[in-house]
Design a protein around this ligand. Sequence first.
Ligand SMILES: [Cu+2]
Length: 483
Amino acid sequence: MSIDRRSLLAGAFLPLAGLQPRLARAAEQAAPEKADYTLRIATGLVELAPDHIVSTTLYNGQFPGPLLRFKEGQRAVVDVYNDTDVPELVHWHGQMIPSDVDGAAEEGTPYVPPHGMRRVSFVPRPAGFRFYHTHVVAGGDLNRGTYTGQVGPVYIEPNGEPGGYDREVFLTLKEFEPSFSRGGDMAMDFLAGEPISDLQAIGKKADNEAKEKAKGFEVGYELFSINGRTLGHGEPIRVKQGERVLFHVLNGSAGEIRSLALPGHTFKIVAFDGNPVPTPRNVPVLWLGTAERISAVVEMNHPGVWVLGDLADDDRKRGMGIVVEYAGAKGKPQWTKPKPYKWDYTLFGKPGATTVNPDETMEFVIVKHNGAVNGFNQWTLNGEAFSMETMKPMRKVHEGRRYRLKFRNASDDIHPLHLHRHSFELARVGGKPTAGVLKDVVMLGGFQEIEFDFVADNPGMTLFHCHQQLHMDFGFMALFEYA
Ligand SMILES: [Cu+2]
């Protein structure tokens, strides 16, 4: 079904009453003719391997969704068609765009109605590696939200392209065939920093108060993939000796933490979440929380056929890897496990620098309530679980002010914290002060604290949440409202 601009303006196909002015405004901003890109949301098949074909919701019938390239500051128009029976939302993760196109219902973005369409128009910014994904609540439905295949990479080209590499390769890491389980086997001990005893005490108290002492559901997966193929079933990355390959790696998971290593090679990290780091460094392993991105250059100086894969043996054997093959090299792809490596964001900051003093600090204590909602864990920030019914903003912010958010994690889980429509600057991680690292998602370790700053420079409703779908759907969200 297609609808033209006039019918949009006339208010046809409105998903919900009361959203007409916003929808009309989005349509007015759009060029009347052809969109730069069209995304079609529909059920389709992903051939992860010849004997592993999965059915899920996709963008344009493919996984990952098409790589969308935008030019920084040059208005773009995207037509989103929803061929499914349920309302959908496309979130433009990591971009500083208005609330009505950002793609979060909590911020007031209208849904793309079932079997309808919505044209969105925005000025892409900032430059760098971003992505797009669905932003609907999944709750207990593993056929919805980021459990599906609705993920795709975005690259916003800067005005001047930085050099230092010969070729770019985009990698989207993603799990398929989710199911509920009790207890997980996620890596927990790789983050720098030590647990804080008073946070452990708060966590223990909450465990003791839990109505149901058993821990709530977790989500596990059958199949793992890079760029929609299990290890050994896609085209290898073919390289030449001496080539410098810039990898843009996206963790497109609904809730998993991922790692990557390439035996005999190091990664020179040049950007986190698309933002250049002040101190690029060589590391043996990449760690990415849900929705995090890393851009890293690998100098191909160790000929052979290698597995670029996840450190978790089980996940790698179920597909989380891709073969890197040097020209002229033959044989079975080789894997060797790297030595343990502590992941420390502060190594990439400005040496010896601290952040500017904020105008205001907001502190939040994160608590897990075991099995509190129908067998699911509930999450609270300062005692409050976000309500999808009231969608009440938690705090007011004033334009132009610099806010420090301090999160204290009284749970053993790692949380990939995400702020919409703004970047933030890391101020303190794992007890270490830092400056200059700009991100939009950051992992907070179990029983640890983190501090980061954002400047309220993009008026409009702004959503904060844990990027673990299971956590955000069960309370771990907050809205910031501009005064
Ligand atoms: Cu979380």
